[in-house]
Design a protein around this ligand. Structure first.
Ligand code: AMP
Length: 209
């Protein structure tokens, strides 16, 4: 199963990809997570990537492609993968097709208006990566992770002005992938609004169909 998840920022792709990868026994590959790890390490490439990420822009294609190419060579990828956050534009989709075939592309369909609040209210634990929402899923003790009591943080790219820029980037560059993969007969749609467990059931249904 070589699967790609696409959808706007905040549609829940990352959460759903983690759950589905666990159910299917294949790795979850998130280019956003890989880039954030490079930023946290403070490497030259990470510092460079952070300037794009914190402006809501895409990191240049060759940087992300190199990272992904290395990851896809690792042996855990042999039975398949869920790719979350790549491709982000049609050029990346073409580049991906030179690295590996893709069996299915799951599009997380959701209205953009519903997403701004979800992202701006998101908080993450820098230690265990747990994700909270100040309104819909707040931590038990305000400001601290339920698992390890680490102070929660806001991702720098979840600030309102950056989220708005990420939506613009999505509409201009990533949304054309919906047509691209529809034409190739690979696209399946999942309604991404509502209870995460119900969304997961829908995701597994389309993947097993
Ligand atoms: P995500 O966690 O997938 O929302 O990614 C966070 C940020 O990382 C994005 O807003 C981009 O700046 C960058 N990023 C992630 N994946 C890619 C990609 N495939 N191409 C370019 N930039 C990316």
């Amino acid at each position: 199963m070589r699967i790609v998840f696409i959808g706007p920022p905040g549609a829940g792709k990352g959460t759903q990809a983690k759950l589905a990868a666990r159910s299917l026994g294949i790795p979850h590959i998130s280019t956003g997570d890989m880039l954030r790890a490079a930023v946290a390490k403070g490497t030259a490439a990470g510092k460079d990537a952070a300037t794009y990420m914190n402006a809501g822009k895409l990191v240049p294609d060759p940087v992300v492609l190199r990272m992904l190419e290395d990851r896809l060579k690792e042996c855990d990828v042999a039975p398949g993968f869920i790719l979350d956050g790549y491709p982000r534009n049609v050029d990346q989709a073409e580049a991906l097709s030179t690295l590996t075939p893709v069996d299915r592309v799951v599009y997380f369909q959701i209205r953009l208006e519903d997403l701004l609040e979800r992202l701006v209210e998101r908080r993450v634990c820098p230690k265990c990566n747990s994700v909270y929402n100040l309104r819909s899923h707040p931590p038990q003790k305000a400001g601290f992770c339920d698992n390890d009591a680490t102070p929660l943080e806001q991702r720098p790219d979840d600030r309102k002005e950056v989220v708005e820029a990420r939506f613009r980037t999505y509409e201009e560059q990533t949304a054309p992938l919906i047509d691209h993969y529809t034409q190739k007969g690979l696209l399946v749609k999942v309604t991404a609004w509502g209870d995460p467990a119900a969304i997961q059931t829908r995701v597994l249904e389309v993947l097993r169909a």
